[in-house]
Design a protein around this ligand. Structure first.
Ligand code: GLN
Length: 486
C-alpha cells in the first residue's frame, strides 16, 4: 500500500488489524522517511534495526488483541529505554545506556508497539525551542528557518513530518503543548499522576508529566489509553482504573460550560491569535456549549512562580550527575572535588547551568523563605483560581502560546523572552491539571497556531471530546512540501 505514513495512527492500526498491511511494510516506510528526514535533526538515536526485527517478529506471530499492534514509535529521548542510549539531550548522558525501561514506554510495548528511535529534545527538557540540545537544534518541518518549539521539539517535528506515526513527550511547563502548537499537531499533558514518571529523566518532579503527541485527536486518545495507568513504582501515580478514551470518544459537547479567562489576553499578542480564540468560542457555541467569562486572577504570577519552583527541583534532581554514577566524567582535576566541578562544568550546557544556579539560589538559607516558600504559596493560589473556576465551568479555552513558531536563534540569547513563551502553559502544570493543544489555524506567515483546552483533574475524556468536536469543524490541514527531501 502506498503513502502509508500519511495516514493517522488510528487508520494504520485498523489496516494492521484487518490484515491489509504488515508491520514490516509499515516500519520500512517510517524508517525510509526518517532516513530522508535527516536535515530536520529530529533523532538523537535511531534504533531502526531493532524496529525491523520487532516488525518481522510481529508478522510471524501477530497479536491483534492490543491497542497498537505492530506499530513502530519513536519517543522523546527523555524516556529510559533498556539497552538503547538515553541522553536527555545532554552531553552528560552521551553514553548512557539504561538497563531498565520507563513504565510509560513499557506500557506502549505491552500494547504491541516497539521502538523506532529516540527523538531530540532540549537538554534535560529545559527550553522552548529545542535549541539547548547538545545534539543540535531541530528544524520545524513547516519552514526551514524556524524552531519546532520545545522541549519536545524532535517529537513534534517527527510527527509533523511523518517520521513516526505518533509519539510521546514530556511536559513540565508546556513542552508537549507548545511544540504541538508550533507544528500543527495535537499534544496532551495529562493530569499529574495519570502517567507514571518512573524511568523518565527527571527535570522538576512535582511538574513533570508524560503525554501523547499525534496528528489527530483520535490518535491522541489511543496513545493516552496505551501509555497511562497506575504504577506502584511512582509514589505520585494515581491509583485508578484505566479509561477507554478511544472507545468513549464522542463529539457531543451540548450543555458543556466553557470558561474564557480574561487574564490570557496578554500585551503584544498578535491579533490573529485573538481572532482564532474568538473562532474557537464560536465553534463551541455552535456545538451547543455555553461560553462563560471567567477570571484566574493569579495568572500573572504563574511564570515567575514556575521559574522558581522548576529550577529549585531541577537543581536537586541534577545533583546526581557527579561523574561517578552516571554518564560523562571529566578527565581533568587533581582530586574528587575538582573532578565533580569539571564534570558538571563540561557536561552541562548553559541553560541547564542557569537553572541549577537559580534553583540553588532560591533554596539557599536566607533566600528560601523569600523565593521558594513564597512561590509554593503562590502556587496554591494559582491552583485555587482553577478550583474556583471549575465550580462554574467544565473546561477552559485559551490560546496555546502567545506566538507562532519563531525564528531559529531569535530568542536563544534572551532567556526572559524565551521563558515568556510559556505564559499560557505553565499555570496548568503548577495546578496539576490536564490540558491539550489542538491545531486551530495559520498566521500570516502560514505557520500553525494552537488552541489550548484545560480540564478538571482526570477529565481527559472531556477534553478529548471537546477537541474531537472542534477538530471536525476547524478541519485543519498541514501543508507540507517536504523541503528536507529535496
Ligand atoms: N519551556 C519550559 C522550560 O524551559 C517548559 C519545559 C518543559 O515543559 N519541559 O522550563
Amino acid at each position: 500500500m502506498s503513502n502509508l505514513s500519511d495516514k493517522t495512527l488510528t487508520e494504520l492500526v485498523g489496516l494492521i488489524k484487518s490484515k491489509q498491511i504488515k508491520s514490516e511494510e509499515l516500519t520500512d516506510e517510517f524508517i525510509a522517511n526518517s532516513q530522508k528526514g535527516k536535515k530536520l535533526n529530529a533523532y538523537i538515536t535511531e534504533s531502526f534495526d531493532i524496529a525491523k526485527n520487532k516488525a518481522k517478529q510481529f508478522d510471524v506471530k501477530p497479536n491483534f488483541d492490543c491497542l497498537l499492534p505492530g506499530v513502530p514509535l519513536a519517543v522523546k529521548d527523555l524516556f529510559c529505554t533498556n539497552g538503547v542510549k538515553t541522553t536527555a539531550g545532554s552531553k552528560m548522558l552521551e553514553n548512557f545506556i539504561p538497563n531498565y525501561e520507563s513504565t510509560v514506554t513499557t506500557n506502549l510495548w505491552n500494547e504491541g508497539a516497539f521502538l523506532l528511535g529516540k527523538l531530540n529534545c532540549d537538554e534535560y527538557a529545559m527550553g522552548s525551542s529545542n535549541e539547548t540540545s547538545f545534539y543540535g537544534n531541530v528544524i520545524n518541518p513547516l519552514e526551514d528557518k524556524v524552531v519546532p518549539g520545545g522541549s519536545s521539539g524532535g517529537s513534534a517535528a517527527a510527527v509533523c513530518a511523518n517520521l513516526t506515526p505518533a509519539t510521546i513527550g514530556t511536559d513540565t511547563g508546556g513542552s508537549i503543548r507548545q511544540p504541538a502548537s508550533f507544528t500543527g499537531t495535537v499534544g496532551l499533558k495529562p493530569t499529574y499522576g495519570l502517567c507514571s514518571r518512573w524511568g523518565i529523566v527527571a527535570f522538576a518532579s512535582s511538574l513533570d508529566q508524560a503525554g501523547p503527541m499525534t496528528k489527530t485527536v483520535s490518535d491522541c486518545a489511543l496513545m493516552l489509553e496505551a501509555m497511562c495507568g497506575f504504577d506502584p513504582k511512582d509514589s505520585t501515580s494515581i491509583d485508578k482504573k484505566k479509561e477507554n478514551y478511544s472507545k468513549n470518544l464522542n463529539k457531543n459537547i451540548k450543555g458543556l460550560k466553557i470558561g474564557i479567562p480574561k487574564e490570557y489576553r496578554v500585551d503584544g499578542m498578535p491579533n490573529e491569535i485573538e481572532t482564532l480564540w474568538e473562532e474557537g468560542k464560536k465553534i463551541l457555541k455552535n456545538g451547543g456549549a455555553e461560553i462563560i467569562d471567567i477570571s484566574l486572577p493569579h495568572t500573572e504570577y504563574a511564570l515567575p512562580t514556575y521559574y522558581i519552583v522548576a529550577p529549585a527541583e531541577a537543581s536537586s534532581n541534577l545533583a546526581r550527575y557527579d561523574g561517578v554514577r552516571y554518564g560523562f566524567r571529566s578527565s581533568k582535576g587533581n582530586n574528587l572535588v575538582e573532578m565533580y566541578e569539571n564534570t558538571r562544568s563540561e557536561g552541562f550546557g548553559d541553560e541547564v547551568k542557569r537553572r541549577i544556579l537559580i534553583g540553588t539560589y532560591v533554596l539557599s538559607s536566607g533566600y528560601y523563605d523569600a523565593y521558594y516558600l513564597k512561590a509554593q504559596k503562590v502556587r496554591q493560589l494559582i491552583k485555587k483560581d482553577f478550583d474556583d473556576s471549575f465550580k462554574k465551568v467544565d473546561a477552559i479555552l485559551t490560546p496555546s502560546a502567545p506566538s507562532s513558531a519563531f525564528k531559529i536563534g531569535e530568542k536563544k540569547d534572551d532567556p526572559i523572552s524565551m521563558y515568556l513563551n510559556d505564559v499560557f502553559t505553565v499555570p496548568v502544570n503548577l495546578a496539576g491539571l490536564p490540558a491539550m493543544s489542538i491545531p486551530a489555524g495559520l498566521d500570516k506567515n502560514k505557520l500553525p497556531l494552537g488552541l489550548q483546552l484545560i480540564g478538571k483533574p482526570l477529565a481527559e475524556q472531556t477534553l478529548l471530546n471537546i477537541a474531537f468536536s472542534m477538530e471536525e469543524k476547524i478541519n485543519f490541514k498541514l501543508n507540507i512540501n517536504k523541503w528536507w527531501e529535496k
